[in-house]
Ligand binder design. Structure first.
Ligand code: BTN
Length: 266
């Protein structure tokens, strides 16, 4: 299917201005440039290959050409900057739902932004989300939501990923339709994004996120700027922030932003 046919499949979806390119540096960088140039919400850039793909926390994101769904979406949500993370939550829930619809594989979310599967009491990463915001004065001018999902990888991962990553074709044993996955993801993301502006919609999104969150009830190591500690993840606040009871403590700490490592279940 070409971009035109995919657009037709997306119908009235808010995120349907699709531009699928064979190669780019980073789809997030491309969409940030479009956002800075004043382009409207709804643009979706997909690439078969990125030469400078970006991950969270300054990491790189690498995938062989054609192996992954590499997508960035231009959003202009009517949200306060402190609520921008809810756009990422909407993308996370849409991603796990889309993977389940297309492949039947049950995948879940590692707070805040990873799509994971639990196998043999270890958590393996299937995908990740990198959201980058542009502020306009004190307002949220744009949020670029980038997602990478490992779809059809070669049978062996590179050494540094072999024990921590997985791909949909490894889980199903058959090649998976990237285009169908994209369509289902964008439709689901459109739905949850619309909920952010609907009465009761944010609470509904956080409830769904909670249901899909593998981190809850897990022993974790929380990594913050300049500090790290271990504890048990016990819940999510109404805003979607993580509650972790540090080892030896009784009261939870609220984690607004940071990275979490799932420790092996005892
Ligand atoms: C993470 O570190 O887990 C987030 C990875 C996000 C990768 C995606 S791939 C498409 C988009 N373009 C990028 O450069 N990064 C994101």
């Amino acid at each position: 299917m070409d971009s035109e046919q995919l657009r037709a499949q997306l119908g009235s979806c808010r995120f349907s201005d699709l531009r699928w390119v064979p190669e780019t540096g980073s789809t997030n960088e491309d969409v940030l440039a479009l956002a800075r140039a004043g382009e409207p919400e709804g643009i979706v850039v997909v690439a078969d290959h990125q030469s400078a793909g970006r991950g969270r926390l300054g990491r790189s994101w690498e995938a062989p050409a054609g192996s992954s769904l590499l997508v960035s979406i231009l959003c202009r949500p009517d949200l306060a900057p402190a609520d921008a993370h809810l756009v990422t939550s909407a993308a996370g829930v849409a991603a796990v739902e889309a993977v389940r619809q297309v492949t039947g594989v049950v995948v879940r979310l590692k707070w805040p932004n990873d799509v994971v599967v639990e196998r043999e009491r270890a958590t393996r990463k299937l995908g990740g989300i990198l959201a980058e915001s542009l502020l306009d004065g004190g307002r949220l001018g744009a949020v670029v939501v980038g997602i990478g999902i490992n779809v059809n990888w070669p049978s062996e991962f590179p050494d540094e990923l072999a024990s921590i990553a997985t791909a949909l074709n490894h889980l199903t044993g058959v090649p998976v339709d990237r285009e169908l996955l994209l369509v289902r993801f964008l439709q689901g993301f459109g739905h949850w994004y619309d909920q952010l502006g609907a009465p009761g919609g944010r609470a509904e999104l956080v409830t769904r996120y909670r249901e899909e969150c593998q981190t809850l009830d897990h022993e974790v190591r929380v990594e913050l700027a300049g500090e790290s500690f271990s504890g048990r993840a016990v819940g999510l606040t109404e805003e979607g922030h993580l509650l972790v009871v540090p080892d030896g403590a009784t009261d939870p700490r609220i984690i607004v932003a940071g990275d979490v490592v799932h420790l092996r279940q005892r």
